[in-house]
Design a protein around this ligand. Structure first.
Ligand code: C2E
Ligand code: CA
Ligand code: CA
Ligand code: CA
Length: 275
């Protein structure tokens, strides 16, 4: 038993050491990666639940690391948030997304919307509003073509600042989507004070929707309706879920059933015809 105990300690230490090294590696590699264009945006369609019509995409980052190969966002976004590098990374990805939006709109997809994830640390930074305006100017983006996704905690921690930022973005008709709604804070009491436009129902709730509806999802839908918010259901994987969401009048959806996130060239093929 004693030797097992020691073995476990040793194993634990090695694991910890490895984890620390990975952290430091990623921190060093992130900046290099931004400078060398190792990040690519994949796009997952957002569609109308009623008739499966693609209205836009969520941009999701993929890192093609020269040595490690593919690194999942869950393995580097949290680290980038800790080190503060997320601001640079987000800005770089916002620029990339704008390039795609601009190209797609020039190709005739005039009503296509792209939603970009923004870390609350970046959203609440001093220059954020000016940065988004600069990107709009740089790529001559059509008003209303960009939507930003923020998680609840990021907005609620500084309600006043969040309101100012959203007002600063309103001339560009940038819509704000509350991501992962229902997880974490679930501050229902704040919802009516948040100047947001869209609620994204977290996948964990949609998982419980199968052939019968989930009372929580119904509650969120009626709440959203009374607050005049659009709703996107995230993580739809089965036709059963889709049909149930149709009967509960959820407007928009996203999930593997329709498509996984795919490279830009494939994403645009998911649109039937230019509008
Ligand atoms: P998120 O914003 O909640 O994104 C949804 C995640 O669920 C994505 O994982 C997406 O690929 C996955 N997903 C979508 N539909 C389904 C489905 O039907 N089933 C299942 N099982 N999964 C589905 P991904 O791309 O690995 O991203 C993970 C998280 O990393 C994101 O969660 C977001 O918090 C963060 N992230 C991704 N891209 C960016 C980015 O460009 N900037 C920032 N700041 N964060 C990002
Ligand atoms: Ca998101
Ligand atoms: Ca989400
Ligand atoms: Ca999430």
């Amino acid at each position: 038993a004693k030797s097992t105990g020691r073995g476990q300690v040793k194993f634990f230490n090695n694991t910890m050491r490895k984890k620390l090294k990975t952290h430091a590696d990623i921190e060093n590699d992130l900046q290099h990666g931004i400078e060398h264009n190792e990040f690519e945006l994949y796009f997952q369609p957002i569609f109308t639940i009623l008739d499966n019509h693609v209205i836009g995409f969520e941009a999701l980052v993929r890192w093609h690391h020269p040595k490690k190969g593919f690194v999942s966002p869950n393995d580097f976004i949290p680290i980038a948030e800790k080190t503060g590098q997320i601001i640079n990374l987000d800005l770089h990805l916002l620029d990339l997304a704008a390039q795609h939006i601009s190209k797609w709109h020039q190709q005739g997809h005039r009503f296509l919307k792209v939603t970009v994830n923004v870390s609350s640390r970046h959203f609440a930074s001093l220059d954020f509003v000016a940065q988004v305006h600069a990107i709009y100017n740089k790529y001559q983006l059509p008003l209303g073509s960009l939507c930003l996704e923020i998680t609840e905690s990021g907005l609620i921690e500084n309600l006043e600042l969040a309101t100012q930022i959203i007002e600063g973005l309103s001339p560009l008709k940038v819509k704000l989507c509350l991501d992962d709604f229902g997880t974490g804070y679930s501050a229902l009491g704040y919802l009516h004070q948040l100047p947001i436009h869209i609620l994204k129902i977290d996948k964990s709730f949609i998982d419980h929707v199968q052939d019968s509806t989930n009372p929580l999802v119904e509650a969120i839908l009626s709440l959203a309706k009374s607050l005049k918010l659009e709703v996107v259901a995230e993580g739809i994987e089965t036709t059963g879920q889709l049909e149930t969401l149709q009967t509960t009048h959820c407007e928009y959806g996203q999930g593997y059933l329709m498509s996984k996130p795919v490279p830009a060239k494939e994403a645009i093929l998911l649109i039937n015809q230019p509008l």
